[in-house]
Design a protein around this ligand. Structure first.
Ligand SMILES: Cc1cc2nc3c(=O)[nH]c(=O)nc-3n(C[C@H](O)[C@H](O)[C@H](O)COP(=O)(O)OP(=O)(O)OC[C@H]3O[C@@H](n4cnc5c(N)ncnc54)[C@H](O)[C@@H]3O)c2cc1C
Length: 379
C-alpha cells in the first residue's frame, strides 16, 4: 500500500473491540479498512482477560449488551468456523448479607425482563447441587446463571481477524500511533511512516484517552490492576462455575482440570501485588472453600483492565467529522466488546438499533454516576 494514498477507514487498536468492529464494518460492505495495532493483536486488556461471559448485571443497558455478548460467544465457532470453545460453566454470585441478596434478586428481575431465560435465585441450602465443594456457612445464597461461561478472548480476536481478512480487512501490527492530526480530506496518523485516512476510529482501550485529549475530551478510562493465579489440578470431577463471593471478593473459575483464583476488588492500594492477592485469597478460601487452600499456584498473571469512570458506559460516537471513538468497556469488554462493536458498525452505517439509544454512549455526554452496581467485585 502506498503511504501517500489515503486509507478509507483506519481502526486504531487490535483488541476485541477494534478487530470486531473491523469485521462488522466489512460485513456491512465497507471496503478499504486497515486495523493498526501498536504491539500485536490481543496484546492489551483483551490478552490479560479472565474471559468471563455473564448476563448478571443490574441495569437494562448492561443486560442487553451482556445478552448480545453471550449469544456472540455461544455461537462463535459455528459463525466463524474457528476454534474458540464456549465453556458453559455458569456464574454463581454469593452473599451473606440480606441487602445484597435482595439487590441480586432485583437484578435477576431486570435480567429476566431483558430476555434472559435462565436466572435462578438460590438459598445457601441449595448450593451443594451447584458447587459441592463450597462451604455455605454464613451465606444467605446468591444468583445462579447456568448459561454463562468463559472463553479464551485471544482465540476470539484471531478468529475475528481471520474472518475480517477474508472480507478484505488489512492489519498492520507493531505500529504505534503517537498522534492524530487533521489533514486535507481526513486525518494523518503519526507513526514511523505516517498513515493518511479518510475516517479513523479510536479503539485503543487504555491508550484511547491520550489519543483523544488533543480534541478536548478527557475520557475517564484508567488501568485497574488485576492479579490472578493458575492452580494445580483441583476438583476436576466436580462442577466449578465462575464463583464470586461478593462479601470477600473470593473468585474461582475452571481452567482445564485446574482453576483460576483471585480476589476481586473495585480498587486496591497501588502497592497491592500478587502476593497480597494470594494471601487474601487463602484467608477467604479457608472460610468459603477450604479445598483451595490445598492447591499450589503454578503461575500468576497481573494485567490492567480498562476501568471506566462516570456512568461506566463506553464512549461511542463521532468526536470530530470523520473521527470516532469506541472505547471504555469497564472491565467487561470480553463479553460485551463484540456486541458494542456491532452496535457501533451499525451506528456508523446509519442503521438504527431497536433497543439501545446512541445518546447513552455519546463521548461528549455529561457524565453522571454509574447506576450499575453489579461489577464483579467485593461490595
Ligand atoms: C485481568 C483482567 C481480567 C478481565 N476479565 C474479564 C472478564 O472476565 N470478562 C470480560 O468481559 N472482560 C474482562 N476483562 C476486561 C476486558 O479484557 C477489556 O474490557 C477488553 O479486552 C477491552 O477491549 P479493547 O479492545 O477496548 O481494549 P484492548 O484489548 O486493550 O485493545 C486495545 C489495543 O489498542 C492498542 N493501542 C492502544 N493505543 C494505541 C496507539 N496509540 N497506537 C496503536 N495501538 C494502540 C493496544 O496495544 C491494544 O492492543 C479483563 C481484563 C483484565 C486485564
Amino acid at each position: 500500500m502506498s503511504e501517500s494514498k489515503s486509507v478509507g477507514t483506519v481502526i486504531i487498536g487490535g483488541g476485541i473491540g477494534g478487530v470486531a468492529l473491523a469485521y462488522y464494518l466489512a460485513e456491512l460492505g465497507e471496503g478499504d479498512i486497515l486495523v493498526v495495532e501498536g504491539r500485536e493483536l490481543a496484546s492489551g486488556c483483551t490478552g490479560g482477560s479472565m474471559g468471563g461471559v455473564r448476563q448478571q448485571f443490574s441495569t437494562p443497558n448492561e443486560v442487553e449488551l451482556a445478552l448480545r455478548g453471550l449469544n456472540f460467544w455461544q455461537t462463535f465457532e459455528e459463525t466463524f468456523d474457528y476454534p474458540c470453545t464456549y465453556h458453559r460453566d455458569g456464574y454463581l454470585m454469593l452473599t451473606g448479607r440480606q441487602e445484597i441478596y435482595d439487590k441480586l434478586g432485583a437484578a435477576a428481575e431486570v435480567q429476566r425482563a431483558g430476555g434472559a431465560p435462565n436466572v435462578e435465585m438460590v438459598l445457601a441450602a441449595d448450593l451443594q447441587r451447584i458447587a459441592p465443594w463450597l462451604n455455605p456457612e454464613g451465606l444467605i445464597g446468591g444468583c445462579w446463571t447456568p448459561d454463562d461461561g468463559r472463553v479464551n478472548p485471544t482465540d476470539g480476536v484471531y478468529g475475528l481477524a481471520a474472518a475480517a481478512r477474508k472480507l478484505g480487512v488489512k492489519f498492520r501490527q507493531n505500529t504505534y500511533i503517537s498522534k492524530i492530526e487533521k489533514a486535507k480530506g481526513g486525518w494523518t496518523l503519526q507513526t514511523d511512516e505516517p498513515i493518511k485516512a479518510r475516517r479513523v476510529i479510536i479503539a485503543g482501550g487504555l491508550g484511547s484517552p491520550e489519543l483523544v485529549r488533543p480534541f478536548g475530551l478527557d475520557l475517564p478510562i484508567t488501568p485497574m490492576m488485576v492479579h490472578y493465579g493458575f492452580t494445580t489440578p483441583v476438583i476436576s470431577d466436580q462442577p466449578l462455575p465462575m464463583t464470586i463471593d461478593l462479601d470477600s471478593g473470593f473468585c474461582v473459575e475452571r481452567e482445564q482440570d485446574a482453576a483460576v483464583v483471585t480476589i476481586l476488588a473495585s480498587s486496591s492500594p497501588e502497592t497491592y501485588g500478587v502476593d497480597d492477592m494470594l494471601m487474601e485469597f487463602a484467608e477467604a478460601a479457608a472460610v468459603r472453600a477450604p479445598i483451595f487452600t490445598e492447591v499450589s499456584i503454578r503461575t500468576t498473571i497481573s494485567a490492567a483492565a480498562d476501568a471506566t469512570g462516570g456512568d461506566g458506559h463506553p464512549f461511542i460516537g463521532e468526536i470530530e467529522p470523520g473521527l470516532w471513538t469506541m472505547t471504555g468497556f469497564d472491565g467487561h469488554g470480553t463479553m460485551q466488546g463484540p456486541a458494542i462493536a456491532k452496535f457501533t458498525a451499525n451506528l456508523m452505517s446509519g442503521i438504527a438499533d431497536p433497543v439501545l439509544d446512541p445518546a447513552t454512549f455519546e463521548p461528549r455526554r455529561h457524565l453522571g454516576e454509574t447506576q450499575e452496581w453489579l461489577r464483579a467485585s467485593r461490595k
